[in-house]
Design a protein around this ligand. Structure first.
Ligand code: DON
Length: 304
């Protein structure tokens, strides 16, 4: 299986590069607008400990909303189920940065992966501490999960979003007005922008996802119930208003980021990281989604 999968990944890489229909990079974060869309990488960490890579798998990219999986994992590991008093677990059907439902639902975001829900999760993570401490907890979790200390925050990306992230500023203030932020909005926003600016290669990200996929031998940071909850939310909400389409096409729990990354947990079998920075209409990686669909078809890894 490993040899045929490795050959498949190389073919996938070649096919995607041959098509030159990459989608457009995110332009609302100036540092991300400068990235060349014509890039692709895929890494698959398998249950036997092997990691297969193809394409630009040693290029670091901004994981952006994929970080919401790790902040959620840290919060569930520390405070557990209390988070659900403040955040729901239903898909929103709206864009990742939408404010619409927040007024109708009295400041309780639909799920931890839309921006409003991620801000509340980061607020929980802060728990009255300095942003530096909360960020060390997330970075520490990611490094320990990947077994790799060479994972860092790209400060230029964080500053770039801080300078232009007016919609997140609006969301944080709106949450605060409903009493659903404990910490000051600027502290939550600063922490959130920095967690989104973690940069990694697909190889590192696939390794970091092993705990969520429950691979044997992965660092034991999450128990089975927490892994299942996170994977269920990835399946139903991980691609925002494109979550149904991603589930339909792959049958796999995945979490996207506007930097073009996708983390996929194949329970008990594999942790997959895909990156291609051009996006589709939902703000998810265009070629990354196509690659995920082809991988699911080739491997039969759909959970259904
Ligand atoms: O908050 C934002 O808008 C970005 N830091 C992250 C959004 C994101 O990655 C959405 N994913 N596709």
């Amino acid at each position: 299986m490993t040899d045929t999968l490795a050959a498949f990944l190389d073919t996938l890489d070649a096919d995607i590069r041959a098509r030159a229909d990459w989608g457009a990079v995110a332009s609302y974060i100036p540092e991300l607008a400068r990235i060349d869309p014509a890039q692709f990488a895929i890494s698959v960490a398998l249950a036997d400990g092997q990691v297969l890579n193809a394409g630009d798998s040693e290029t670091r990219f901004s994981i952006q909303s994929v970080s919401k999986v790790f902040s959620l994992a840290c919060v569930l590991a520390r405070i557990g189920e209390g988070l659900w008093r403040r955040v729901g677990r239903e898909p929103s059907g709206d864009r990742f940065d939408s404010i619409l439902l927040l007024e109708q639902e009295q400041g309780r975001p639909r799920n931890p992966f839309i921006n409003a829900g991620a801000l509340v999760t980061t607020d929980e993570l802060l728990a009255g501490r300095a942003p530096r401490e909360a960020l060390s907890e997330i970075i520490g979790f990611v490094r320990a999960s990947a077994g790799d200390d060479d994972i860092h925050i790209d400060r230029a990306v964080a500053e770039s979003e801080k300078a232009t992230g007016y919609r997140n500023v609006a969301l944080a203030n709106y949450l605060k007005s409903y009493g659903n932020l404990v910490n000051a909005p600027d502290l939550v926003l600063g922490t959130y922008f920095h967690q989104c600016a973690i940069e990694m290669t697909t190889r590192q990200l696939a390794l970091a996802g092993r705990g969520i996929a429950g691979l044997p031998g992965a660092p034991f940071l999450l128990n089975g119930v927490k892994r299942r909850r996170i994977a269920a939310l990835m399946m139903t909400c991980g691609h925002y208003d494109g979550s149904g389409d991603f589930a339909f096409r792959t049958g796999l729990p995945g979490k996207s980021g506007v930097g073009g990354g996708i983390l996929i947990a194949v329970p008990g079998r594999a942790s997959v990281a895909i990156w291609s920075p051009g996006l589709n209409a939902w703000g998810n990686s265009k070629c990354g989604t196509e690659a995920a669909e082809r991988l699911a078809r080739f491997t039969g890894w759909s959970v259904f």
